[in-house]
Design a protein around this ligand. Structure first.
Ligand code: NCD
Ligand code: ZN
Length: 427
């Protein structure tokens, strides 16, 4: 590496799980060498007016490789992640082939080795995510996979899900669920309600998500297996998760920026950029997701970054694939739209997801001497206008095109190397 020997992040306010203080941060050889006043080094990154925090961790990134490289690659997804302040992302397994074996896990990890963000991967719960046969979780866990999910689909079969949870408990890994009952959702393209009726688009009822949340809470009680609920979107889902956590069950959950900022009314123009699974829901659901983030029932924010090519997103609403970009806008949307302190925002985006992902030995660490230097520097006041065409992603399907948001990443440091400087990617 040709990086300067030492680096100082100067003039910022350090925020981590242990609190806040004004301090410079010196980085040497991939680690934090000092945190304090008036420090200097060979190279300076200006952090005046900025927050200096542990790098963000995304529990839910669709990187499309292998198989859909025209929409995204591990490299372009990771570059967008670094620009968004992430130093670690967890790839979802709905690739082609699916990430359901040691061979594909190895392939994705290898692709991520030179990326400007640490790339971890989830593994599928079932072979080809088909929901019929358990995938070889042990051989994937042996390669360091800590989260298993059939994301893009939920595991429909109750008995198979129970077996998966028993197996996962034994391996000490976490199962993550995309909660959606296929039979109830079948043929639906948006939330079933006032807007689907008005637009004449077939809907997916909130109950399709809630039934699976309810079942998996019951199975967590039965098996003791840790379960993480992905992209929760309904008020009753949030209430059930809150109650399960209060009851002491090993349950965690994530919310996406789109589920705390957008409602089904966005679909009024039949624009597939607003098509996503689970679908955008009602104002009451959005309020409940926000309340869940505020009281900690939903302890993490995940992007569900889901790139799709322009051609596929130009299809009619009922034919276009669901999903929207997220990595480059999540932090700003959280800062702009949530009634949370910056510490609460960073908890939900960094150290709590690091724990859920089981990577909290390297990510979401305190900003302190001796710790790995995975950091992001955020200007919390600067405003900017979202533009899909300017993103690092190969795709442009952001639902926030033209929207003004507040808060932007100035620098990102990965294992001591400045991979984003003044908002520009360095590799
Ligand atoms: C995701 C995708 O495009 O892979 N789409 C989506 O609408 N969220 C799959 C998923 O996360 O369920
Ligand atoms: Zn999903």
């Amino acid at each position: 590496m040709t990086e300067a020997a030492t680096l100082v992040i100067k003039g910022g306010r350090v925020v981590d799980a242990s609190g806040e203080r004004d301090a410079d941060v010196v980085v040497v050889d991939g680690r934090i060498a000092a945190v304090g006043a008036d420090l200097s080094a060979d190279r300076t990154l200006d952090a005046s007016g900025c927050i200096v925090a542990p790098g963000l961790v995304d529990l839910h990134s669709h990187l499309r490789e292998p198989g859909k490289e025209e929409a995204e690659t591990v490299e372009t997804g990771a570059r967008g992640a670094a620009l968004g302040g992430y130093t670690a992302i967890i790839a979802m397994p709905n690739t082609t082939p699916a990430i359901d074996s040691a061979a594909v896990v190895r392939q994705v990890l290898e692709l991520g080795r030179t990326a400007p963000c640490d790339v971890f991967t989830s593994g599928a719960i079932t072979v080809d995510r088909a929901g019929e046969q358990l995938a070889p979780m042990a051989e994937m866990a042996a390669l360091g996979v800590k989260i298993f999910t059939d994301d893009g689909a939920g595991v429909q079969d109750n008995r198979l899900m129970r077996r998966a949870m028993e197996y996962a408990s034994g391996l000490g890994v976490t199962l993550a669920q995309h909660c959606e009952d296929d039979a109830l959702c079948g043929g639906g393209h948006m939330h079933e309600g006032e807007w689907s009726a008005r637009l004449g688009i077939a809907g997916q009822p909130a109950e399709a998500e809630e039934l699976m949340v309810m079942r998996d809470i019951a199975l967590a009680r039965l098996t003791g297996c840790r379960i993480h609920f992905q992209h929760l979107s309904t008020a009753r889902s949030v209430a059930m998760v809150r109650e399960a956590i209060t009851a002491g069950l090993p349950v965690t959950a994530e919310a996406t920026p789109h589920h705390f900022t957008l409602t089904h009314a966005e679909c009024a123009g039949y624009d597939p950029v607003f098509k996503v699974n689970p679908p955008l829901r009602t104002e009451a659901d959005v309020a409940a997701v926000k309340a869940g983030l505020l009281d900690g029932s939903i302890a993490t924010i995940a992007t569900d970054h889901a790139p799709h090519t322009t051609e596929s997103k130009e299809l009619p609403f009922d034919q276009a694939p669901p999903g929207m970009l997220g990595l480059e806008t999540a932090l700003a949307l959280a800062i702009t739209e949530l009634d949370l302190s910056i510490t609460q925002v960073l908890a939900a985006l960094s150290w709590v997801p690091a724990r859920v992902a089981g990577i909290d030995d390297v990510h979401g660490r305190p900003v302190a001497e001796g710790e790995p230097a995975n950091l992001c520097v955020i200007d919390p006041e600067v405003t900017w206008v979202v533009d899909g065409a300017q993103m690092a992603s190969r795709s442009t399907n952001t639902p926030y095109q033209g929207r003004e948001v507040r808060g932007r990443v100035r620098h990102t440091v990965l294992h001591g190397e400045a991979v984003v400087v003044a908002g520009e990617p360095q590799r």
